[in-house]
Design a protein around this ligand. Structure first.
Ligand SMILES: [Zn+2]
Length: 331
């Protein structure tokens, strides 16, 4: 980890109080156009933590791009303690082609920590680790649901680790999922370097979702206040504790057909509740999709045309806490 007062990214040395967009070179297009990951380095006049904010690791997950843009725009070096490394678009190839993946169909978030001589994705992961992650003390990675899938705003983190749990609580989403680490993910690679990292999920691919973006911006600023990077204004009480969720499962479609949704993301459901009906073309058949257990719907498909086995609803359960209230603002 870099010492806090000296920081050099892509060969550029950046002293405290400096703000600059640095280009990290990651390859080129067929026509030799150079491809770079743009990183805005925002160094406060006072020393402090180094927080990276990364978006569009999956190139079509663009809520994070807008969240990071808004956070960057609000920051002032004179009022910042520490450094923000703002990286709105990591997967620059996918972002420019509206694709989750890289040109070779690899998923960048399964290629960390990467290698110098591997695939394009592996090399990009390695460069991002070297120039951004390994120079940071903390991180927040922004994602959305996949194409045609919606997630309510939620933080995924390893809450067994105290500093990560405190960051997750500070972020302020109503649901925090203690999710296991996926092999090759940025989160796993950061964890191995003992860098506390949150993954924010909200909305769906290729959409800007205003409530989700606002939750992301507020959460990001709240984490910066928690880390002492921004001053807390007034004596605002900490919000209610989030619900820490240990388990979640997908409810799959029992049949192909058209789906009429009866319960939406954010709703609390009890075991046996009818979540949706699968309909035929002529009104002769209505097949129920029931909740196999109680919990809160944290995500689901947006497509009403379903095949047997399609993932319809993502439901989170918690042993200790009853979900007493539904998250009305996202219904
Ligand atoms: Zn993603």
């Amino acid at each position: 980890m870099a010492t806090k007062s000296s920081l050099s990214i892509a060969g550029e040395s950046l002293p405290l109080g400096r703000r600059k967009i640095v280009q990290v070179e990651v390859g080129n297009l067929y026509d030799f156009t150079e491809m770079n990951i743009p990183v805005e380095v925002i160094r406060g006049t006072q020393d402090g933590p180094i927080l990276f904010l990364s978006g569009a690791l999956h190139g079509d997950e663009i809520n994070g791009v807008e969240i990071i843009r808004r956070v960057s725009k609000r920051l002032r070096v004179k009022k910042l303690r520490g450094t923000v490394l703002a990286v709105p678009v990591v997967n620059v190839f996918g972002f420019n082609t509206r694709s989750r993946y890289l040109p070779d169909r690899r998923d960048l978030n399964r290629c960390f920590p990467g290698t110098t001589k591997g695939s394009l994705a592996s090399q990009m992961a390695r460069v991002f680790m070297k120039e951004v992650v390994s120079k940071s003390t903390h991180g927040i990675d922004f994602h959305t649901g996949a194409l045609h899938r919606y997630n309510i705003p939620q933080v995924r983190a390893c809450i067994d680790e105290a500093r990560t749990k405190a960051m997750a609580k500070a972020f302020g989403t109503q649901v925090v999922i203690n999710s296991s680490l996926r092999d090759g993910s940025l989160r796993e690679a950061a964890r191995k370097k003992k860098i506390p990292i949150l993954l924010f999920e909200g909305g769906e691919a290729l959409r800007f979702d205003e409530p989700v973006i606002k939750a992301g911006v507020q959460g990001c600023l709240a984490v910066m206040k928690h880390l002492g990077m921004l001053e807390k204004v007034g004596k605002k009480q900490d919000g209610a504790d989030p619900v820490f969720v240990k388990n979640s499962f997908w409810v799959r479609s029992p049949h192909g057909g058209s789906m009429r949704v009866l319960k939406k993301p954010g709703e609390v459901v009890a075991e046996g509740d009818c979540l949706a009906l699968i309909l035929d073309l002529f009104g002769k058949s209505e097949i129920r999709v029931d909740a196999p257990a109680s919990g809160i719907i944290i995500g689901g498909t947006r497509l009403p045309l379903v095949n047997r086995g399609d993932a319809l609803f993502h439901i989170a359960t918690s042993e200790n806490v009853d979900f007493a209230e539904q998250l009305d603002e996202f219904l």
